[in-house]
Design a protein around this ligand. Sequence first.
Ligand SMILES: *Cc1c(COP(=O)(O)O)cnc(C)c1O
Length: 377
Amino acid sequence: MALRAVAEVNLAAIERNAARVRERTGHHVRLCAVVKADGYGHGAVPVAQAAVRGGATALAVATAVEAVELRRAGFAVPILVLGAVSDEELPAAVAAGAELTVWDPAFIERMRGLAAHAPVAVGVHVKLDTGLGRLGTRSVDEALATIHAVLRSAPALRLVGVMTHFATADADLAFAGEQLERFRPFVAEARALATSDLTVHAANSAAILRLPDSHFDMVRAGIALYGGDPMNEDPARHGLEPALALRTYVAAIKPIAPGESVGYGRRFIAERPGRIATLPIGYGDGIVRALADNCDVLIGGRRHPLRGMVSMDNITVELGAEPAVELGQRATLIGADGSERQTAEEIARRIGTIGYEVLCGISRRVPRHYHYDGRPL
Ligand SMILES: *Cc1c(COP(=O)(O)O)cnc(C)c1O
């Protein structure tokens, strides 16, 4: 009997996607694998291992806790925390030997005392906000002042890199180009100030694919590693291979007569005789209610429409006249079945979001099973 719901993650696909990113950028550009939010729902540690096998030489996460988790798992490569780190979180990040994103001389002053007790110098990346309007400073002068503060704090602190992040690399390349032009003069000044090699980085997956001028010394690839499309279209356009398949199975089949209803609120009422299959996956697993009457499920290599409401633990699909579907048969929400496939991006478009959110939304209740092109690990 199949498991009720499982996310199958193909680590070979992640390895190949990493290698594809490296081909795209050229091998002189380093690859930093972004594995925040538990590797976009895939599982941070196995994904990071696969990315390193595929050529990544650095990892990035959003939080101090995520950095600690990776370090405990044994990774020796640099781990960059992309997000803000509070004073409370700082000791754990420093103890894990994580590198930090900084933009403010006052933060450097607060770090200095802590870093003095660290076994090795704490590496920092100074972030210029060139247009995303989130983290980083908008002021080149403040960014340069931050660099000076870091250099003054040697040997406790070490200037590792300078960075920025794009707002529209997935859409408006003109604005991304403007961000790049704001970044360049800062990069030149930073390089002139730096007393050792500086790693300059800006590109996310969209910029990796669409803005070769933004690759600098290193790129930060997230969604592309997982085989997702940053433009929310078909990842196959860029030769990316989705690594995750979300599957469940047919737990019950019953006939339905005209006028009979299915699920909460009687949202679906049959107009013709048919059959309804119940699949044990629901919003408790990350299949959001907005997908009610608005999603397909692949069974036996064919699409079947989700009917009625999504409940916490179950969904229902209409089987139609063909008798092929049987009890216990595998059903696929995300991934391929025979020649049919449904991407996270397709599901996302149906509900007005992006593939990233669909993948991150697969809940903890769904076990992740890892394989290597179908072979168990
Ligand atoms: C999440 C993130 C990335 C990766 O973005 P993708 O679009 O998934 O490639 C890169 N840089 C920063 C700062 C991020 O927060």
